[in-house]
Design a protein around this ligand. Structure first.
Ligand SMILES: NC(=O)c1ccc[n+]([C@@H]2O[C@H](COP(=O)([O-])OP(=O)(O)OC[C@H]3O[C@@H](n4cnc5c(N)ncnc54)[C@H](O)[C@@H]3O)[C@@H](O)[C@H]2O)c1
Length: 349
């Protein structure tokens, strides 16, 4: 395969800068095509980042220099673009959620498999060092037998946010609300660390916004396949909004992680050496050492994930977050929606 890989970015809205800046800084990547149905957005991106501008993604797909397509259109407007890209032999990266229903995600996975191209779903938190450290610690048994795993994503979004783009807060294009759009990062991390969810019981409500179809408040009780229990709380209704927090409890101890920092590590048998590692993921340590601050707001984490996809393409392996990996959180969210709608527990497996 010729290098650098040619990238097309489709959907030049709020999140696109993370992808454009990432592509600009990855040695094996270059921007070839910038696509949006709004011509002004195309024009300003081409001016700043280069490449050829398109208002129809199909034209970009016929450009032979395009190898990889980043699809950043609204959540429920990715399936057809992804399938067309795969059929044109292009690798596919999609923002979170991969798509808004399991059937639509399965269609994308099938098209990418059939065409022998990679499908990757963005979950940039998985590339942050504090989360990787905790994931590895739990996987290696440091918490003992897992007992309880809780994800709290009590965020606030204003009415203006929902009014700012026609797709926001709709079932058809957002696919859900506080969970499908905002809480999905926390839900992905919870199931990544705790393992598969087996059953959910949930309530949802639309309590603090007008003119939206979807939930702004959701609570769920979980049974994990391991036998551990847990909870999810996700909102866009809690003012002023609080940092995402996961609380993980096992027979050997407790870890709490808030945003990008470990705020509690009480684990039996912790050595001085291990505590020194943990301390490097604390807010106070990172405040003194900007070089290792995991909370930096540039494109670092998108860049690490897109670099992983590039490496996966070049070495013929799966990316760390494949389409199938990205599907897992959407499956849990749909189980929560079904339970809230029917009033009954929903089994996932
Ligand atoms: N990883 C993250 O933390 C993160 C953060 C924000 C948004 N996102 C995700 O990114 C996606 C986009 O969100 P956003 O906030 O950038 O939305 P946005 O509304 O700002 O941008 C969407 C863009 O897509 C364009 N578009 C829509 N249909 C198109 C089509 N068929 N062809 C070409 N362009 C088209 C629109 O004109 C718009 O410019 C969402 O799925 C969201 O969940 C992820």
């Amino acid at each position: 395969m010729k290098l650098p890989l040619g990238f097309a970015v489709v959907g030049l809205g709020a999140i696109s800068r993370m992808h454009l800046e990432s592509v600009a800084t990855i040695r094996e990547a270059r921007l070839v095509a910038a696509v949006d149905s709004v011509p002004d957005r195309v024009e300003s991106v081409v001016k700043e980042f280069g490449g050829t501008g398109y208002t129809d993604y199909r034209e970009a797909l016929s450009n032979p220099d395009v190898d990889v397509v980043c699809i950043l259109t609204p959540s429920g407007a990715r399936r057809d673009i992804a399938i067309d890209a795969a059929n044109a032999g292009k690798h596919v990266i999609v923002e979170k959620p991969v798509e808004i229903t399991l059937q639509r995600i399965d269609d994308m996975i099938e098209a990418c498999n059939r065409n022998g191209v990679v499908l990757a779903g963005i979950f940039q938190f998985r590339f942050k060092p504090a989360w990787r450290f905790v994931k590895d610690a739990v996987a290696s048994g440091r918490l003992g037998k897992l007992v309880l795993g809780d994800a709290y994503n009590k965020w606030w979004r204003s009415q203006e946010y929902y009014d700012s783009a026609g797709w926001r807060g709709t079932w058809e294009l957002d696919g859900g609300g506080a969970l499908m759009n905002q809480g999905i990062h926390a839900i992905d991390l919870l199931q990544w660390i705790m393992g598969p969810v087996a059953e959910v019981s949930a309530y949802t409500g639309t309590l603090a916004h007008e003119r939206i179809e979807v939930e702004d408040t959701a609570v769920a009780a979980l049974k994990f396949a391991s036998g551990a229990l847990g909870t999810i709380e996700g909102t866009t209704s809690v003012y002023p909004g609080y940092t995402m927090r996961l609380e993980l409890h096992g027979t050997e101890g407790t870890v709490i992680i808030e945003g990008d920092y470990i705020t509690e590590w009480s684990v039996r048998g912790t050595t001085d050496e291990e505590m020194e590692q943990v301390r490097q993921f604390s807010a106070s340590y990172c405040a003194q050492s900007t070089a290792s601050d995991p909370a930096q707001t540039d494109c670092t984490w998108h860049r690490l994930q897109i670099q992983d996809v590039v490496d996966a393409i070049l070495h013929g392996r799966e990316p760390l977050v494949s389409g199938a990996e990205g599907r897992k959180s959407v499956e849990i969210i749909h189980a929560i929606y079904t339970s809230a709608r029917t009033g009954a527990p929903v089994r996932l497996r």
